[in-house]
Write a protein that binds this ligand. Structure first.
Ligand code: SAM
Length: 137
């Protein structure tokens, strides 16, 4: 019992189903499942070398979605997006695609600095926020 109590405290907000079965939390209405945990956690997508959002095929001239567009089209959606690029023209293009969306943050500059100063402070474990970071230099 002491071990379970210690585990419950350590786990904080989430308790895995194994603990519920052998504790006063065993009421099925209080069991957490993966969906509940996913809904309680904010998922943040970070593209540190984002590019312009689209590419043009050298062979056909066809436009091909870049990683920012693919991320925004992914379902279920992320709660928040951060796109970083050093090239001002690519950042302008990202702004033309997504600039009006309040869940999308577009940063112009060196990702080595922007990640540490602006992005990672907003994606903290203690705030139940988890990041998926794409590094494609
Ligand atoms: C290979 S492209 C990214 C392509 C993109 N991931 C996609 O799939 O559409 C790399 C990008 O990184 C940018 N870049 C290079 N060094 C950077 C840096 N230190 N910080 C931010 N962006 C950088 C370049 O301007 C370029 O747009």
């Amino acid at each position: 019992m002491a071990r379970e109590t210690a585990l419950v405290h350590t786990l904080g907000r989430f308790r895995p189903p194994e603990l519920f079965r052998s504790t006063p939390f065993s009421d099925s209405s209080r069991r957490l499942n993966c969906e509940e945990i996913a809904e309680s956690t904010d998922h943040v997508y970070i593209d540190a070398f984002a590019g312009a959002g689209v590419h043009k095929s050298k062979m056909t001239g066809e436009e091909i979605d870049g990683s920012p567009v693919n991320a925004v089209n992914t379902q279920p959606p992320f709660k928040e997006y951060h796109f970083i690029d050093l090239n001002g023209k690519k950042v302008d293009h990202l702004n033309s695609l997504f600039g009006q969306r309040s869940d999308i943050n577009i940063h112009h500059g060196d990702c080595n600095q922007i990640m540490l100063e602006k992005v990672l402070p907003k994606v903290q474990w203690k705030d139940y926020r988890r990041g998926l970071c794409l590094l494609d230099p």
